[in-house]
Design a protein around this ligand. Structure first.
Ligand code: 4AD
Ligand code: MG
Length: 429
């Protein structure tokens, strides 16, 4: 049989027509002499029924197990009880790969499901999340392409930190130390001088030592950098990109979004401009919610959740205190002690989606702040050159792809936005 003769579950639509489908046994039961098989492929599930009296030539093994791979031929029948309104009357059956005692049964613990992630990926929920994630990244690339940004490919093995030492993964690189990239930012800053507006989609690594529902140790980072932009302009890039992704998901995959528990109309309604509040206003909101926090410190998890819950649409927090931001952040000339940095926050308790802002241009200040973070300016010589040779004002940001999917689909835990999540206590499967 050539592959053109096979159809996907989604395309089984016309009553009376005969279809042949390749897929996996999602559920099976025998009832009143008939065998009911729910067949699964990447496009959906379909109920197939075999009545031995009608089609005695078809032999379905009695011990056919869940997740066996099969080829089923049958005639489509209208059935109002079936989710798709169609049921297949089986006229042909072929077993491709048997499956006995599939390890995942009903009501398994989270740990068992994570140990069997390579198999649990076949669940409808994870399948649909992975399809949304693919579309999120496609839509992001589409937006960048449509707005003249060039895709670039920064390194993952790096010689210096971007986001501070606390979350740095180090490794032996022949006879010296190297690190896994926390952010492509410093490299994107180098690339704007030849390519103009640039972006990258790379894995980023953070040695996050706490267990939370929002932290991974490996995640996909969507980052952009633009010459001749300041804080306001980069916030506009962020809200336009973010809205485009939300709107595209709502438009292209409304049924999947709905199946996962989010109303697509809400995502279709996300439009720029987003509300902007200062760090100071944000601290006041946190205090109004009765949460203790000192002015000048970073938001802890409860403060971030309260802030996020305060809004029902994405919003920005900007003008942070200098001392809680990394060495490369540009100081606000009008507000000493504060910087031109902004975080894009999701509502509904999810919190930070991006961090971005304008980059410091003053060479001496950068050197001084690299030292203050406990690093050796020697390791940043190449980066400092960017301020020595034709420096320009510039700005950029980073968006965590899994953070976005986590909020878009209102997932309980960020790990479900990953096929193979990497967290504090897990690097397998
Ligand atoms: O806020 P971060 O640390 O900012 C940077 O890395 C900048 N250098 C980006 C830039 O300007 N190019 O990380 C950016 C985003 C966060 O807002 C969050 O969405 C995501 O990356 N992120 C994580 N996602 C999952 N797990 C983690 N441990 C994450 N840490 C950051
Ligand atoms: Mg941040």
């Amino acid at each position: 049989m050539s592959s053109e003769e096979f159809v996907k579950v989604r395309n089984v639509r016309v009553p009376g027509q005969t279809y042949t489908i390749r897929g996996w046994v999602y559920r099976k039961r025998i009832h009143g002499g008939a065998t009911f098989i729910v067949l699964r492929d990447e496009t959906g599930i379909l109920q197939c029924v075999h009545h031995p009296k009608l089609n005695p030539q078809v032999k379905i093994p009695e011990n056919l197990g869940i997740e066996s791979s099969v080829v089923i031929t049958g005639q489509a029948k209208e059935d109002r009880r079936a989710p798709s309104g169609i049921e297949l009357e089986v006229t042909g059956f072929q077993l491709i790969g048997p499956s006995h005692m599939f390890p995942i049964t009903k009501d398994q613990s989270v740990e068992v499901l994570l140990d069997n992630r390579h198999l649990w990926l076949r669940s409808r929920k994870l399948t649909q999340i992975m399809q949304i994630k693919a579309e999120v990244l496609r839509a992001a690339r589409e937006w960048f392409y449509d707005h003249g940004f060039t895709e670039t490919f920064p390194p993952i093995l790096v010689g210096s930190a971007c986001e501070g030492g606390a979350t740095l993964f180090s490794l032996k690189y022949f006879d010296r130390m190297a690190y896994l990239s926390q952010s492509a930012q410093l490299y994107l800053e180098a690339l704007i001088f030849s390519l103009g507006d640039v972006y990258s989609v790379t894995p980023s690594f953070r040695a996050e030592k706490s267990r939370t529902v929002r932290h991974l140790t490996e995640y996909w980072h969507i980052e952009a950098e633009s010459p001749f932009k300041g804080l306001d302009e980069i916030m506009q890039v962020e809200e336009n990109l973010f809205s485009h992704i939300c709107n595209t998901i709502a438009e292209k995959m409304p049924d999947t979004v709905k199946a996962l528990g989010r109303n697509p109309d809400y995502l279709a309604d996300i439009k720029p401009p987003f509300k902007r509040i200062t760090y100071e206003e944000a601290v006041n909101i946190v205090h109004e919610h009765g949460i203790d926090m000192e002015f000048g410190t970073d938001f802890g998890a409860p403060a971030e959740r309260a802030l996020s819950n305060h809004f029902d649409k994405p919003f920005f927090i900007y003008r942070y205190p200098e001392k809680i931001k990394p060495f490369y952040v540009k100081r606000d000339p009008d507000y000493p002690g504060f910087v031109l940095s902004a975080d894009l926050m999701a509502p509904e308790g999810y919190g930070e989606m991006t961090t971005g802002g304008a980059r410091e241009e003053d060479l001496d200040s950068i050197i001084e702040r690299i030292k203050a973070e406990g690093f050796d300016p020697e390791d940043y010589e190449w980066y400092l050159d960017l301020r020595r040779y034709g420096s320009v004002p510039h700005a950029g940001f980073g968006l965590g792809a899994e953070r976005l999917v986590w909020w878009l689909l209102k997932l309980d835990h960020i790990r479900d936005a990953c096929a193979f999540p990497r967290v504090l206590n897990r690097v397998t499967p």
